[in-house]
Design a protein around this ligand. Sequence first.
Ligand SMILES: *[C@@H]1O[C@H](CO)[C@@H](O)[C@H](O)[C@H]1NC(C)=O
Ligand SMILES: *[C@@H]1O[C@H](CO)[C@@H](O)[C@H](O)[C@H]1NC(C)=O
Ligand SMILES: *[C@@H]1O[C@H](CO)[C@@H](O)[C@H](O)[C@H]1NC(C)=O
Ligand SMILES: *[C@@H]1O[C@H](CO)[C@@H](O)[C@H](O)[C@H]1NC(C)=O
Ligand SMILES: *[C@@H]1O[C@H](CO)[C@@H](O)[C@H](O)[C@H]1NC(C)=O
Ligand SMILES: *[C@@H]1O[C@H](CO)[C@@H](O)[C@H](O)[C@H]1NC(C)=O
Ligand SMILES: *[C@@H]1O[C@H](CO)[C@@H](O)[C@H](O)[C@H]1NC(C)=O
Length: 363
Amino acid sequence: MIKRHLMVQRRSIPAWIGNFSSLTALLLIRNNFYGSVPYDLGRLSSLRFLELYANQLSGSVPDSIFNISSIYYFTVTQNHLQGQLPPDVGLTLPNLEIFAGGVNEFSGPIPVSLSNATKLEVIDFAENRLTGGFPTNLGKLQGLYRINFDENRLGQDAYSGFFFDTWNHSDRNWKPDQLDTLGLEENNLTGSVPDVIGKLQHLQGLSLNANRFSGQISSTIGNLTSLTSLLMEDNRLEGSIPPSLVNCRSLLVMNLTGNNLSGTIPKEVAGDIPSTLSSCASLETLLMEGNLLQGTIPESLGNLKGIVEIDLSRNNLSGRIPEFLGKLSSLKILHLSYNHFEGEVSRQGVFANASAISVLGND
Ligand SMILES: *[C@@H]1O[C@H](CO)[C@@H](O)[C@H](O)[C@H]1NC(C)=O
Ligand SMILES: *[C@@H]1O[C@H](CO)[C@@H](O)[C@H](O)[C@H]1NC(C)=O
Ligand SMILES: *[C@@H]1O[C@H](CO)[C@@H](O)[C@H](O)[C@H]1NC(C)=O
Ligand SMILES: *[C@@H]1O[C@H](CO)[C@@H](O)[C@H](O)[C@H]1NC(C)=O
Ligand SMILES: *[C@@H]1O[C@H](CO)[C@@H](O)[C@H](O)[C@H]1NC(C)=O
Ligand SMILES: *[C@@H]1O[C@H](CO)[C@@H](O)[C@H](O)[C@H]1NC(C)=O
Ligand SMILES: *[C@@H]1O[C@H](CO)[C@@H](O)[C@H](O)[C@H]1NC(C)=O
């Protein structure tokens, strides 16, 4: 008895909503609607705005809805919807600006006709089961600022050529300037990442990780000065890291793990120990061994009153080993081996215990 009262009432979207023939916006976001999307919604012939995201909807989106030509904002993200996207969706929904259906179970190819919806700004179908290649003509869409097909199965079956190749060769009208996000992580895309990527000047997030990209990293990536996140891990990239990457001054995350890269990290990419580290007042452990740090140890690190362990070995640090390190009473372990430090070593604090420090391989 009690259980019955606590049960969440799950209801489907009522078909009679289709009778509101003047409705221009239907928003049913973040509810518990389950079951299929009613075919009758296709009778909302004035609808411009359809937001069904974050429900429990299943089945396929009825053709009748993909037939409402006035829709410009379409999001069904985070449901259990399946089926293919209609091949002609870009023709039946010519006003689309936002087209989003991420985190569902959509399958089949990305409709080539999307390039006919010339006002598109966002295409986001991350986390689905889409297969095939990339529509060769998306480059026509001048207003596009986000393309997200992270976590699909693109490239897995017979495959009609990758996006970038077609930028290089086909569409002279491509205006990629607006694009700030290009998400293709966790697909099965192959081939190299071509030079044309460097034209996406406003790109902030580029995720190509967990595919089968090969070849060298194009040096034109250095043109992407707004890039904050560059994810290329788990591919088959080879060669060295292009020195031009130093121009990507906005980068916050760069992951190149799990490739076949070789050579040294370009000197230009190496940096100083940031003096702002001193604002991490409760920092206890600072491990930066085996990088390309250069310059001196900043005085401001004297503010790390709680620091217990510092490892800066195997870098290119130089200058004197600062005395303040001997005054950090909490410091118990200090590794400075294999740098270019010179001069005498203090005898205070941590330096008094020979087994707590290592300074081998310096000048
Ligand atoms: C909705 O409209 C149909 C015909 O257009 C009509 O038969 C039906 O009764 C209407 N439903 C409601 C609940 O008004
Ligand atoms: C789509 O619209 C066309 C023209 O208005 C109509 O002939 C066709 O039956 C509609 N299809 C669906 C599935 O509603
Ligand atoms: C759709 O776009 C393609 C090129 O991408 C073009 O060849 C075709 O004519 C367009 N179709 C319509 C109906 O505009
Ligand atoms: C990529 O293809 C391989 C081999 O066909 C398959 O085992 C793997 O699951 C695919 N990965 C993705 C993310 O589709
Ligand atoms: C992009 O980078 C390449 C090589 O780093 C350079 O030659 C080219 O001029 C750059 N192009 C633009 C548009 O900045
Ligand atoms: C970088 O990629 C590797 C390999 O996939 C992963 O294990 C690691 O967590 C990533 N690092 C960050 C900071 O995301
Ligand atoms: C990695 O690169 C080396 C040297 O170029 C090559 O011999 C090896 O086959 C490559 N490994 C993979 C997994 O591509």
